[in-house]
Design a protein around this ligand. Structure first.
Ligand SMILES: [Zn+2]
Length: 237
């Protein structure tokens, strides 16, 4: 093994760990969960609008019912005075009877209005029930997706940790100065800081190295660090 072969072992573990991290962040379940969250947000927005409308109708309905109850109590009071013998004057009794009729009519009108509102509320309540049902189904799917995401990511974290510790062990064998060059190249060049020279081709950029430069690469002392003249990566000869 050449002096830099161990660097390619480091590179292989880094590449594998990068792939695992990419996989961890791009699970199909993550994309699906995002889209389900979007669908839930749309449902919540629709529910807020319909819920607000329904709430307005329900409170108007309750106001009418309260008012009807108040009117009913008044009518009962008038009725009591009509029959308890406390009023005997004919004119006064007539007035009370008229007031009673008017109160009863008012009560019936208020109750009819409340029933009308109750009927208006029905389709809105049905809409809300439908939205709630759909939301619950989405939430169930989301929970199932999250369970898959959690377990898959935990599994990938384990594999990443294995790569990282193998990388660290291999990195012990590499000259720290070379490793620093490698790390900064890797950061700049899409995760690949070192590549093997295969014939006259750099396996990092997959370009042929021109003969004049290739000669210089080959003549360099075995312990010298050489860089690909095309992409700048460390070349492992
Ligand atoms: Zn190259």
């Amino acid at each position: 093994m050449g002096a830099l072969d161990e660097l390619l072992v480091v590179q292989a573990h880094d590449t594998k760990a990068d792939q695992l991290r990419h996989q961890r962040g791009h699970l199909p379940e993550l994309a699906r969960a995002d889209s389900v969250r979007g669908e839930i947000a749309v449902i919540d927005a629709a529910r807020a609008v319909t819920g607000g409308e329904l709430g307005g109708i329900r409170s108007a309905e309750h106001r009418l019912e309260d008012e009807a109850a108040t009117v009913q109590a008044k009518a009962a009071d008038v009725e009591r005075r009509l029959y308890d013998g406390s009023v005997t004057a004919h004119k006064e009794l007539e007035d009370l009877q008229a007031e009673h009729r008017s109160l009863v009519a008012r009560q019936s009108q208020l109750e009819d209005q409340a029933i009308e509102l109750m009927e208006q509320a029905e389709p809105l309540q049905a809409q809300i029930d439908g939205l709630d049902g759909r939301r619950a189904a989405h939430q169930e799917e989301l929970d199932a997706l999250q369970a898959v995401i959690d377990s898959t990511q935990a599994e990938l974290d384990g594999l990443i940790a294995v790569e990282e510790s193998a990388r660290d062990a291999a990195a012990q064998q590499v000259d720290p100065a070379v490793l620093r060059d490698y790390d900064s190249l890797r950061a700049r060049l899409g995760g690949v800081g070192a590549a093997r020279l295969e014939g006259s081709r750099c396996e990092g950029c997959h370009l042929e190295i021109p003969p004049a430069e290739l000669d210089g690469v080959r003549r360099a002392p075995e312990d010298a660090t050489v860089f690909c003249p095309q992409c700048g990566r460390i070349l492992v000869r």
